[in-house]
Design a protein around this ligand. Sequence first.
Ligand SMILES: [Ca+2]
Ligand SMILES: [Ca+2]
Ligand SMILES: [Ca+2]
Ligand SMILES: [Ca+2]
Length: 331
Amino acid sequence: MLARGKYSCELNNSTHGEHERDLVPDQDHFYRGTKNVCSNSPCQNNGTCQSGFTKKGYRCLCPDGWTGGTCKMDIDECDERSHKCSKNATCINTKGSYRCKCKHGFHGDGYNCTDTDECQKQNNRCSKNATCTNTDGSYRCNCNTGFFGDGFKCTVCYTIFDFEDHDLSNWTLNGTAFNNQPTYGDNPSERFKKEENGRNEPSNHRGDWWIGTFENRSSSSQPAGEKQGDEPQGSMTSPGFLINTNVLRFLIGAGCKDVRKVRAELIVNGNVIFETRAEEVSANCIETMSDKSWNVSRFTGSRAQLRLIDHSSEGWGHINFDHLQACHKLP
Ligand SMILES: [Ca+2]
Ligand SMILES: [Ca+2]
Ligand SMILES: [Ca+2]
Ligand SMILES: [Ca+2]
């Protein structure tokens, strides 16, 4: 403050050109305008220009999100971790700012992201035969007692041997009957098309591969309908597996005449505890396999082996078999 109530004011980034209405002529004052470099608006992105301060004659005060001499450079808040996104959010850099998006399994505005309870909201993929457990950012599904699977799909049975891996290297083979196994596709139907017009005996196998000791099609590129016939004999014994259900079920067929010589056996501790003769399902001599099962509840906890036997060279002296499954009850 100067004497007699007068003030001395220092005007910085103002010229009369920008403040015509604020500056009024006064006989006691002189006004001398200087060239204001800020009038060229050198500061980008709403930066505030102040004349002076630097050799360039101005400086820019940048708003949040921008940096650099003229506020032209975006600050990557995500990269330099100056963002305020939730730890459960993804930071997305934008020009002059950033966005936050809650990660999958969380919901909120991106700054606060809370776990979504998928179990409560029923927006989970658990099987109807599974129990859903909520977790932070996700959820778990576990098949209920009596069901098998990954929690998303729970079934009463699971497959032990289906021959779809086309690999018998873990099995013990005796004789020659099983040399061309497993066999591919519905070979009996292909054969009957060629040999016996009108005969309809589809193999009823599951998947692509199964055991059929009459057949000779051990590769999909081999011509369909080839056979090795009834002559070869032998057996095929599986690797051990645990009995942990009440029922084993499978498909079996053929072997209709030479009683007991064509059969499937279940072995526990070296003893045959079950035997199913192919003729039991194929008394009328057909190749088509049917469902059979063994109630193994007494043997739960034991290790078992499956043995397939073709000890016949007579007509219909061959076995068809596929799809051994373990079930808590018959579906
Ligand atoms: Ca940014
Ligand atoms: Ca969750
Ligand atoms: Ca199969
Ligand atoms: Ca045979």
